[in-house]
Write a protein that binds this ligand. Structure first.
Ligand code: CO
Length: 467
């Protein structure tokens, strides 16, 4: 049975709004100044067809601007080639629907033509070299204006790096003044590449290359003060399948190889050398939460899944039928990797959790609190704050309210790690209305909620940019 409650979260939104002041219940703190910009899909049809996978919807950045307690909202589709294709009734696709960017990149490897990855940059956002960029997992990022969200064309790096896939999860390290990311390059030897983008530049400085005979799908890496940890799970990319006529998209290339272990590559950020290579029993992960150094060990906290079932469960057909109830839960796990390669695993929260965030100042450092979307309830998604030291958690939930990825914003000059607010978009499926919720980051007490004039489809990731 289709769960009608889910419809607004996966229903196309056509309306675009510019700088609309939102009605607020309660209050947003006057010190909160800046903007939360999020990315996600908002149109699920193209070429007269319903898209197959949530990850394929057309990118619509959305922005909440804060000033003196006021909240103003803007949403706008990226005007990309994918957008034009959909408008003209031509097929689009990237992850599951239609021919994906990777297949095209591999076509290039066979010298069948130039790479034409799709430009539907719907995953994340970043501020690079003073400009705002919408990110996706192929190197075709899109610039946009942070005031109007108007599309400004393709983002170009000032370097000559060749990447066939690139992460949409750049880790901004405020302590070193750089973003850290990873990419994948296919060739005679496939390689994971690690790079940094120094603040104020558009230059990827590659500092490590890790060869692999069977590249895994790696969505994010763990960045600690001195190391980057790349987690190679058994979810592999079957490169040869890209050449098959039966391959419709990137989704078809993914191959869960359950006989494989998961390998942690701990790489020095200074030398680029693999300092430790360690293996653990198989699991899958999209998101690292945080990573830090601890007396010679590297600690990586991540959201682990038993296998790759989550990837198929996020197909739109399945979501429409079962809602999130059919999506296997992620678990917050801590992996402690010793210099001799031994690994210790510990679960930090017993509930289902995804879309994690930590305060900016503790990124790459020892930390105590992780925030995320908790997924155990039926008919709602909670907000959760996990105390990783004490093994306790605070939760917020409300019937029929689906909380999305939270974003922690520290109070200026805060001393305590959790002195600030948590901003969390949410969809009230009963009222068919989206909200932006504001919580005290220490107590998770709700401070205020701003009402958005329409239901926004569920998004992926965003960042707060202070002003
Ligand atoms: Co992600």
């Amino acid at each position: 049975m289709a769960d009608a409650n889910f419809t607004p979260g996966f229903r196309s939104l056509d309306e675009e709004v510019t700088d609309r002041t939102l009605p607020v219940e309660g209050s947003f703190p006057p010190w909160l100044s800046g903007q939360l910009i999020r990315n996600g899909p908002a149109k699920f049809e193209g070429g007269g067809q319903r898209l197959t996978h949530w990850f394929d919807g057309l990118a619509m950045p959305r922005k909440y601007a804060f000033d003196g307690g006021e909240v103003r909202y803007t949403n706008r589709f990226l005007r990309t080639e994918s957008y034009e294709d959909a408008a003209a009734g031509r097929p689009i696709g990237q992850f599951a629907t239609g021919v994906g960017g990777l297949a095209k990149a591999l076509g290039w490897l066979r010298r069948l033509g130039p790479p034409e990855p799709t430009d539907n940059a719907n995953v994340h956002v970043a501020r690079l070299d003073g400009g705002f960029v919408a990110l996706t997992e192929v190197p075709k990022w899109v610039r946009f204006d942070s005031e109007t969200l108007a599309t400004r064309g393709e983002f170009t790096f000032q370097d000559l790096a060749t990447h066939h896939m690139i992460t949409a999860h750049l880790v901004e390290d405020p302590h070193r003044g750089e973003h850290v990311g990873h990419a994948l390059t296919f060739g005679r030897t496939h390689e994971y590449r690690l790079f940094r983008i120094p603040d104020g530049t558009r230059r990827r400085e590659e500092f490590a290359a890790i060869p692999t005979d069977s590249p895994a799908y790696v969505h994010s890496v763990g960045v600690s003060e001195d190391h980057v940890t790349l987690v190679e799970t058994p979810l592999r990319i079957d490169v040869l399948r890209a050449l098959s006529p039966f391959t419709e998209g990137f989704f078809d290339l993914l191959d869960w190889q359950s006989e494989r272990d998961t390998t942690f590559y701990v790489v020095s950020r200074d030398t680029g050398k693999v300092a430790v290579e360690a293996t653990a029993p198989p699991f899958f992960t999209f998101h690292t939460v945080n990573a830090f150094e601890d007396g010679g060990d590297v600690v990586v906290d991540l959201i682990a899944f038993e296998d790759d079932g989550v990837v198929t469960a996020l197909r739109l057909d399945d979501l429409a039928e079962q809602g999130f109830a059919g999506v296997p839960p992620g678990r917050l796990e801590r992996y402690r990797i010793a210099p001799d390669g031994t690994i210790e695993r510990r679960r930090l929260y017993d509930g289902g959790i995804e879309l994690p965030d930590v305060p900016r100042q503790v990124r790459t450092r020892p930390y105590r609190y992780a925030y995320g979307q908790s997924t155990d309830r039926e008919g709602a998604n909670e907000l959760v704050k996990v105390d990783t030291e004490r093994g306790t958690a605070r939760e917020f939930w409300e019937r029929e309210l689906y909380v999305e990825e939270p974003c922690v914003v520290s109070r200026p000059d805060a001393d305590a790690e959790d002195d600030g607010v948590v901003l969390a978009p949410a969809l009230d499926v009963a009222a068919e209305q989206s909200l932006l919720l504001c919580f005290d980051a220490a107590t998770l007490a709700e401070l205020g909620r701003a009402r958005v004039p329409h239901p926004i489809p569920f998004g992926f990731h965003g960042r707060f940019f202070g002003s």
